[in-house]
Design a protein around this ligand. Structure first.
Ligand code: MN
Length: 420
């Protein structure tokens, strides 16, 4: 029985995107996240007593900022060497040879596949052979799998390649090829990299993306890690995804339809955030909150966005015991459609109609612009918006103001539930 670890898309020292936008982001945890995940990978390989580790491309995020990235990696590889574990690396698009200008000698348990052609590395003591290649270029548009060596009969054959296969949503086409093409090589397992979402593409033979090691932004959601592969009598018996990430990204949607006001929307958000928090076993979570639906709270959210954003952030902290942050809050709410009872009230109906017309075509509101301009001239200078803050004649700004006025008016008029 042998066990090996297949990982890819480590993107070591990649900056995590979309944070540091407000005061209390966990900057330190985030900055070191790809390194901590890499340390967890090494610890897992040792714990699982893995025979070897495959890193199928994008070990680095691009050229190293300095030598520290390389020194960190050398140390992790040395830990594996100490445990008698070999490592096989094939470069991908982010760490293609042409992208990396600095290099360090890695410990001698590490083998880096050639970026010129596919080559075979037999491990006779395990009855395993690895066939792999790296890439020199950031863009590769040929199917290189045709030139992979034929399978060696009687051995467990593993192909190592960074490829988008026939295309993976959200990922550039890279070294395209097809599952049939891979099947044609006669190998038992294809260790791929490039797609950041874990995916078992096929089981005969096994074609597997482990996904990225650590989510780096809101589009890389859920548990991230590597796969542990168990082989017995020349056959794959188990392919198990093991998370090694140290923090998670999660989109959280809250439907505010039917709520009476902002407090109730916050209560709903609290429940949704608490549920999300529970799914991740205590790891820090960075969520993007989307509040949608028809609610009278809409007017308050529009009128005081900063205040309500802060309220939601505070609620998130409470639900996540101080370990749940909001990366962004998006309000996609609408004011409630005018209650039927108001249709009969001529005065209200006329105001709402007028506001809707103006909002639809603010250039019609020339009289209004005139009035606002006069008011603008009478205001003391310290009440005026700063430079660029707003020309009252600016049609787009006027449209915004009108929409806001309409929402506020509607929600105030309707709060009472209709005419007495
Ligand atoms: Mn990648």
């Amino acid at each position: 029985m042998i066990r090996f670890i297949h990982a890819a898309d480590v993107h070591l020292d990649s900056p995590l995107v979309g944070l540091e936008q407000y005061g209390d982001t966990p900057v330190e945890e985030i900055r070191g996240a790809t390194r901590r995940a890499c340390e967890n990978l090494v610890a897992l390989a040792i714990k699982e007593n893995a025979s070897f580790v495959i890193l199928a491309g994008d070990l680095y995020d691009g050229d190293w900022k300095d030598y520290n990235t390389g020194i960190f990696l050398a140390r992790q590889m040395a830990r594996l060497k100490g445990a008698g574990i070999r490592v096989f690396i094939a470069a991908g698009n982010h760490d293609a040879a042409s992208q990396i200008t600095k290099s360090l000698q890695l410990p001698d348990n590490v083998y880096v596949f050639s970026h010129r052609k596919a080559e075979s590395i037999p491990l006779p003591e395990l009855n395993v052979v690895l066939h792999g290649r790296g890439f020199a270029e950031r863009i590769v548009s040929d199917d290189v799998t045709r030139k992979f060596p034929p399978a060696r009969p009687g051995m467990f054959n593993i192909g190592v390649l960074h490829t988008s296969l026939t295309g993976r949503e959200g990922h550039d086409v890279y070294a395209p090829c097809t599952p049939d093409g891979l099947r044609g090589r006669g190998y038992q397992y294809w260790a791929l990299g490039h797609a950041h979402r874990h995916e078992v593409v096929a089981r005969d033979p096994w074609i597997v993306y482990p996904g990225s090691l650590q989510g780096r932004h809101i589009r890389e959601t859920g548990a991230k890690g590597c796969v542990v592969v168990r082989v017995e009598d020349g056959e794959v018996r188990e392919v198990r995804h093991e998370p090694v990430d140290i923090l998670r990204w999660s989109p959280v949607e809250v439907d505010a339809t039917g709520t009476a006001g902002p407090r109730e929307v916050i209560e709903r958000a609290q429940r949704a955030l608490a549920q999300e928090w529970d799914r991740h076993g205590g790891l820090p979570v960075i969520a993007r909150l989307l509040i949608a639906g028809e609610t009278p709270a809409h007017a308050s959210f529009r009128a005081h966005p900063e205040h309500w954003e802060a309220e939601f952030r505070a609620a998130a902290q409470e639900q996540g015991h101080g370990r749940l942050w909001l990366e962004k809050i998006r309000f996609d709410t609408r004011p409630p459609a005018a209650a039927a009872g108001w249709e009969g009230d001529e005065a209200v109906a006329a105001i709402l109609k007028e506001l809707r017309l103006l909002a639809a075509d603010p250039m019609q509101a020339t009289g209004l612009i005139e009035e606002i301009s006069q008011l603008h001239q009478k205001l003391p200078p310290d009440l005026l918006p700063g430079p660029g803050g707003g020309d009252p004649g600016d049609a787009r700004r006027l449209a915004d103001i009108l929409a806001e006025a309409r929402d506020l008016l509607e929600s105030r008029l309707l709060r009472g539930g209709g005419p007495a």
